[in-house]
Design a protein around this ligand. Structure first.
Ligand code: UDP
Length: 238
């Protein structure tokens, strides 16, 4: 049986691809607005929310688009892509009346705040949503790892990973008809079975810091709020 968690402060990780909607590339404003509304609904319950947004909808360091470019250089382009997504999400959240700050791991003074841990925490205490941009600020990392890192730094009660499917399955549910969704997995099970939920670095940070990871479908309207109440479909990694 699934226990009813109550999360006071969470980090929501959204992949860049979740912002594409039906497009093949870039941002779909309606999709961004819908996710912002879900975040606004959770903020209205007085939960403290911070976000990490990926950049895969624009650029991925190891993708074909990088075309043999030096990996570190390509990764910096990927990190800049996450800043664009963060600014788009900030606009969408502010349209919903949610005060929002963007903090970038790569300082960009004219565009947003630099990442300052204590200031980010203060923003959240005041009910502002903080969007952490530019990943970890380092090449060879992913925004999943940035999400685990920031969630730990912010003392979040959970890392919520919004994906395109409603949890972790024994096989790809879009391809295998009788694929089963796990209710709960241990960090070690995810690592040893090589389940492609999050990269190993992210899982390791979560494991070392007892940070529960909740995998759910961000596309389902209201799913974020449901997960916050401990309802709906998801997989818990603990
Ligand atoms: N990236 C990086 N360091 C980080 C986070 C991201 O170099 O700490 C780069 C990397 O090239 C990655 C890209 O930014 O491919 C976009 O991030 P990610 O692939 O994690 O985005 P998502 O898959 O969540 O959309």
């Amino acid at each position: 049986a699934q226990t009813k968690p109550h999360y006071r402060r969470v980090l929501l990780k959204i992949s860049g691809e979740a912002l594409m909607g039906k497009r093949d590339y870039g941002l779909d404003t309606e999709t961004v607005a819908a996710i912002a509304q879900d975040v606004a609904d959770v903020v209205a319950t007085r939960a403290e929310v911070c976000l990490v947004i990926g950049g895969g909808n624009i650029f991925r360091g190891i993708s074909g688009a990088a075309g043999g470019m030096d990996r570190a250089q390509a990764d910096y382009i990927g990190m800049l892509a996450t800043v664009m997504n963060a600014l788009a999400m900030q606009s969408a959240l502010e349209k919903c009346g949610v005060p929002t700050r963007v903090q970038s791991a790569i300082p960009m003074a004219a565009v947003c705040e630099p990442y300052i841990r204590r200031r980010a925490e203060r923003h959240m205490e005041k009910g502002r949503v903080v969007i952490f941009a530019a990943g970890t600020g380092n090449p060879f990392f992913t925004t999943d790892t940035a999400a685990a890192l920031r969630a730990t730094e912010m003392k979040c009660d959970a890392l919520l990973k919004g994906t395109q499917v409603d949890g972790v399955y024994s096989a790809d549910p879009r391809k295998v008809a009788d694929a089963e969704r796990y209710q709960e997995l241990s960090y070690l099970e995810v690592l040893s079975r090589d389940l492609t939920v999050m990269d190993a670095a992210a899982i390791s940070i979560a494991r070392e810091n007892d940070l529960p990871i909740i995998v759910f479908n961000i596309r389902a309207p209201g799913a974020f709020a449901a997960v916050m109440r401990g309802e709906g479909k998801f997989t818990r990694i603990v």
